[in-house]
Design a protein around this ligand. Structure first.
Ligand SMILES: [Zn+2]
Length: 424
């Protein structure tokens, strides 16, 4: 899927240490350095039961921009993404509609990958689920037990079996990680968010109400794996990502990415788990994309207002117009989808296609520099699109027929390579 790199029609400026990204952990833009010419990224994948709404698409297109930026800058890039194919929301949905959770998970994962191809999102280097990595995860949970940062909560009436939790207090004593150091939320904010995002602060026997589950004991009707030390059960969500990152990327890797709803507890505890057994931060930077609403209302399963990529494509909308619309909103902003905005994105693409007939030598080089500069500044795609607008307006206005010496439609190649928008 990376064949667009060769031949690259114009020289890409080498931007070593030129990239800045807004880092959630420090709440400011940080210079992102790449060592040994190897950039590494982990982006948390979907739980496959409601693929692929525009909020998902916004996240994976955002990190696709970073992936493309690094590749174009000449780095070797390793990009890992997971799919949470064993988790409560998936089981609940499967029960609701009366199908096997694995069947639903596979169908939704296939749909997600097809949607990503429509949106011209490059495939990650590693794409892994729980079922195929459970040995890595079990090993990490055992390591946390050995390190003294995990403990068993005995069963009660509601939860008959004993589950294994991660101890915030013990981890803070054993490592440099501190609660809130990744998410940059206050104690009050974390206490408010935790139960809203799958946490169980009221579980009796926990040392700290915010301690996250890392190994859930076998329950009736749920999948489980045998483990001599941990007992039969399945992994918690945060530890899944710690283990998959640990086995596919260096420590620490360059960027941990995901939607802003993953700041806490997910990324906070994935990082804490990894740090507790490696004595190193999990990632150098934590980068989060904004949330997408529909006609001014936050998109959610419970409201039934999910705008799915596959529905838009099925009704004949252009995937490239969808991608252009996504990029017209800075990746960190929260915004709302409207059909009107998609129509405007279509018109924008048409104006660019018209301008391709008038491309002149040197224009692609100048445009490349402008797009690269915009992307260096916290992936400022809206500014990059404005640069393409400016080129298109100028070329169309001058209306000099395309120079026959140009080997290819260079502007189109650049816009595809850096922004992932195909114009032909
Ligand atoms: Zn994750």
């Amino acid at each position: 899927m990376k064949s667009w790199i060769t031949p690259f029609p114009v020289a890409i400026p080498k931007q070593e240490d030129g990239l800045q990204l807004f880092d959630t952990a420090t709440q400011q833009k940080q210079r992102v350095s790449v060592h040994d010419n190897h950039a590494t990224m982990y982006v948390c994948g979907i739980t496959p039961y409601d693929a692929t709404h525009l909020g998902h698409a916004n996240t994976y297109v955002a990190f696709d921009l970073l992936y493309r930026y690094w590749i174009a800058a000449g780095y070797r890039v390793t990009y890992t993404q997971n799919v949470t194919d064993v988790d409560d929301p998936l089981f609940e949905r499967a029960r609701e509609i009366g199908v096997d959770y694995q069947e639903l998970g596979q169908e939704q994962t296939d749909l997600f990958r097809s949607d990503m191809q429509h949106l011209n999102v490059l495939a990650p280097s590693h794409y892994l689920g729980v079922a195929e990595t459970v040995d890595w995860i079990r090993t990490l949970v055992r390591q946390m037990m050995d390190a003294g940062v995990a403990y068993t909560v005995e069963g009660d009436d509601q939860n008959p079996a004993g589950d294994i939790y991660f101890s915030i207090e013990a981890a803070e004593q054993h490592s440099d990680w501190r609660l809130g150091s990744v998410s940059a939320y206050s104690q009050d904010e974390m206490e408010e968010i935790f139960p809203e995002r799958g946490g169980d602060p009221d579980r009796a026997g926990k040392k700290n109400p915010l301690d996250p589950l890392i190994w859930s004991a076998r329950r009736e009707g749920e999948p489980y794996w045998h483990d001599d030390v941990l007992g039969a059960g399945r992994p918690g969500w945060h530890v899944e990502c710690s283990a998959i990152a640990h086995h596919t990327l260096p420590v620490p890797f360059t960027v941990q990415g995901g939607g802003s709803d993953l700041r806490f507890p997910h990324h906070e505890f994935s990082a804490a788990h990894a740090t507790s057994v490696t004595d190193s931060p999990m990632s150098k930077h934590y980068v989060h994309s904004g949330m997408v609403g529909l006609d001014g209302v936050k998109m959610s399963k419970s409201l039934g207002n999910l705008e799915l990529v596959s529905n838009l494509v099925a009704r004949g909308e252009s995937p490239m117009a969808i991608r252009t619309l996504l990029l017209d909103n800075h990746y960190r902003s929260d915004w709302s989808y409207t059909d009107h905005a998609l129509t405007a994105a279509n018109q924008r693409l048409e104006s660019w296609k018209t301008a391709m007939a008038f491309e002149q030598p040197g224009q692609a080089e100048a445009l490349t520099t402008e797009i690269f500069s915009a992307m260096s500044d916290d992936l400022d795609a809206p500014r990059a699109l404005e640069a393409v607008d400016a080129w298109a307006a100028q070329a169309t206005q001058q209306a000099v027929p395309r120079d026959s010496n140009l080997q290819s439609i260079n502007v189109a190649v650049i816009v595809d390579a850096l922004l992932g928008i195909k114009l032909y």
